[in-house]
Write a protein that binds this ligand. Structure first.
Ligand code: HSE
Length: 434
């Protein structure tokens, strides 16, 4: 129910890029928000580490270092501080004191979501987190609610804007990885330490959250097979373009059947070649997109800005309105849905297509030897392209396979690299979305 004054008290934890925008929108749109919620939203405090730092548009009187106290006097607590601690302790304390929680904290949800869900359930309050995956893009609510009557088969997402920007720059300007990362840093997309983005940790947390929702199964970041973009070269990107494909860092969650017949799901983050006419290939710059394949709905794509203060604040505010409405009208939003409890299958049972690039001796019988190794491992060839390097007795082979398991493919690659006629396995990339 609304607070005695007819308003709902909102506390903000964190006032960085996103928090500042949340505070601004709460103030600037106060009348509209009140009309939509049915009660005024009163920002009662903002917990920050340093109360003396200048924050444009934020009333300094609202700033406090005492987050422990702040969360005990709010109806809705918005957590945009990030990181595992103290965010987890503060969220649990807020819930214990009866507050509904809106969080953008993907790392915490992917590491310990069930603890938060259980606490919210016990207290009968809401836990909303639209901003934790793909910033402004409505994807949590569609998967959690709009598709709750369907059976999701697969989710393919570009959920990290920094890496998408980097790969796009490599493709369009021919930059190498380090140069493109420096540009992303200069534009404020990439952090000074870009590890979380370029090594795929950020995307893996988002993949875990999406997989949990899509498959009604608990999935933590530890269940996600993760490979970043740091091994990719300008050459890989150029070759992708020459074969009508685009390199993207994808977060993939899909239903799968292991070799022993176990039905489960696979959740992975890795670079992949996407056909240039696939909707995900057209996602440029730092934009995000999530492509969902569901049994009845068919293919859906959600596209937009995946980061940034105002876009992320838009998702946060949408959640604030939802949880505030529940407090005014009664009722609650969805609780954790993990009833399906599907096994997360091992990474090496994933099945996809591959593009293998080899440098081989240009002499009779080489192609036959390579093809024989693929056949021995049960990997079927879809196409082969060969180009000779003039005067060097070397040929480049580009082999695209039909669908094969990771296990079969890695056995194949190991055997191929042991052939005398093979000078180098230059790259092995997965092909997705076709
Ligand atoms: N660093 C992320 C990105 C945004 O580049 O998309 C926050 O999740």
């Amino acid at each position: 129910m609304p607070h005695q004054s007819g308003s709902l008290r909102v506390a903000l934890l964190g006032c960085g890029v996103v928090g500042t925008q949340v505070a601004r929108l709460l103030t600037e749109q106060a009348d509209d928000l009140a009309a939509r919620v049915g009660a005024r939203l009163e920002l009662v405090g903002i917990a920050v580490r340093d109360t003396t730092a200048e924050r444009e548009g934020v009333d300094p009187a609202l700033l406090t270092q005492d987050a422990d106290e702040l969360v005990t006097r709010a109806d809705v607590v918005v957590e945009v501080m990030g990181g595992i601690e103290p965010a987890r302790t503060l969220i649990l304390r807020a819930i214990e004191h009866g507050a509904s929680v809106v969080t953008a904290n993907k790392a915490l949800l992917a590491a310990d979501g069930p603890t938060l869900y259980a606490a919210a359930d016990a207290a009968g309050v809401d836990l909303y987190f639209e901003a934790a995956v793909a910033g402004a893009i409505p994807i949590v609510r569609p998967v959690r609610e709009s598709l709750a009557g369907d059976r999701v088969q697969r989710v393919l997402g570009i959920v990290n804007g920094t890496t998408n920007y980097v790969l796009d720059k490599m493709a369009t300007d021919g930059l190498d990885l380090d140069q493109a990362v420096k540009e992303a840093q200069a534009l404020g997309y990439a952090e000074a330490d870009p590890t979380a983005d370029v090594e795929g940790y950020d995307a893996a947390a988002k993949a875990a959250i999406l997989a949990s929702l899509a498959f009604h199964t608990r999935v933590s970041i530890d269940d996600v097979h993760r490979e970043g973009i740091t091994g990719l070269t300008a050459d890989d990107v150029a070759w992708a373009a020459s074969t009508g494909r685009t390199l993207k860092l994808l977060a993939i969650a899909e239903r799968n059947t292991a070799d022993d017949g176990t039905e489960g799901i696979q959740v992975r983050v890795h670079p992949a070649l996407v056909p240039s006419d696939h909707p995900l290939a057209g996602v440029r710059g730092a934009f995000n997109a999530v492509f969902v394949e569901a049994e009845a709905a068919g293919e859906l794509m959600f596209y937009g800005r995946g980061a940034g203060g105002a876009p992320t604040a838009s998702a946060v505010l949408g959640d604030v309105v939802s949880v505030a409405r529940h407090r005014v009208l009664g009722g609650r939003g969805p609780v954790e849905s993990s009833y399906a409890d599907l096994p997360v299958l091992p990474a090496d049972s994933a099945r996809t297509r591959y593009q293998v690039r080899l440098e081989v001796r240009d002499q009779p019988g080489v192609l036959a030897q390579v093809a024989a190794v693929l056949a021995e491992h049960g990997v079927s060839i879809e196409s082969v392209r060969q180009s000779a390097v003039p005067d060097d007795h070397v040929a480049l082979l580009l082999i695209t396979t039909h669908t094969a398991s990771e296990r079969a493919l890695s056995g194949t690659v190991e055997a191929i690299s042991g052939l005398d006629v093979v000078r180098a396995v230059v790259s092995v990339l997965r092909v997705e979305g076709a």
